[in-house]
Write a protein that binds this ligand. Structure first.
Ligand SMILES: [Zn+2]
Length: 223
């Protein structure tokens, strides 16, 4: 199977298992794994802790909800910084009672995200999705225990060679794959990586599947 841990569409592709991202109060899809939370771009100035609690707890309790997120911090886009911090921190606090990892949207705020995770004593896996920064930053995050999910930048030769390949060599258990907003089979990314690494596609699938199962508690239900 081809696991796609973060995407925004429900297009069916052969042998693909995806985690659909539910944005805020959107109705979750039926019979589909999903993650849910308020994206940092969502304007929630008036939102109190009760607001999040009443709306998110029922969604997070859904058996198909296998991750919290995407939630996070964005220094380039979105509401005022203090409102983003409030939203991210409140959702982290409230979701701690669920045994689910968090999928993080992070733009130029890696250290702030790490310090918030520390502040709330986050003890479950945390995934920086759509990673497209340097090898150096990736290495630092991975050494702290983060999981990185990779998508479209893998199509760029330099990123594949200089960032992804050395990471794959050193931290193969902390890597996941996704298509995010792109409507295309995640299999294409798998194929690209298999070619670059010169390994069998089935081999790569096995490793990513193991990483997925170590990161998420996949319930034994039909998807
Ligand atoms: Zn996304």
């Amino acid at each position: 199977m081809f696991y796609n841990v973060h995407c925004h569409h429900l297009q069916v592709f052969e042998k693909e298992i995806k985690i659909y991202n539910v944005l805020g109060l959107e109705t979750p899809p039926q019979h589909h794994f999903f993650s849910a939370g308020f994206h940092p771009w969502q304007e929630l100035v008036q939102a109190t802790k009760d607001y999040y609690q009443e709306r998110l707890l029922p969604i997070w309790s859904n058996q198909y909800c296998i991750a919290i997120g995407e939630i996070g911090l964005d220094k380039v886009k979105g509401p005022e910084w203090k409102d983003q911090i409030h939203s991210f921190q409140t959702q982290l606090y409230l979701s701690k009672e669920f045994d689910k990892p968090v999928i993080i949207h992070c733009v130029k705020a890696y250290y702030e995200v790490l310090s918030l995770l520390k502040r709330v004593k986050w003890d479950k896996p945390y995934i920086f999705h759509g990673f497209n920064k340097s090898y150096r930053l990736a290495k630092e995050l991975l050494q702290k225990g983060a999981i990185l999910s990779f998508g479209m930048p893998l199509r760029e030769y330099a990123f594949m060679q200089e960032v992804f390949m050395p990471l794959w060599r050193d931290y193969p258990t902390q890597i996941l794959l996704e298509t995010d907003t792109h409507i295309q089979p995640v299999r294409l990314l798998y194929q690209q990586i298999a070619n670059a690494l010169n390994v069998a596609l089935s081999n790569l699938c096995e490793i990513i599947e193991m990483n997925v199962k170590n990161t998420f508690n996949l319930p034994d239900i039909k998807v």
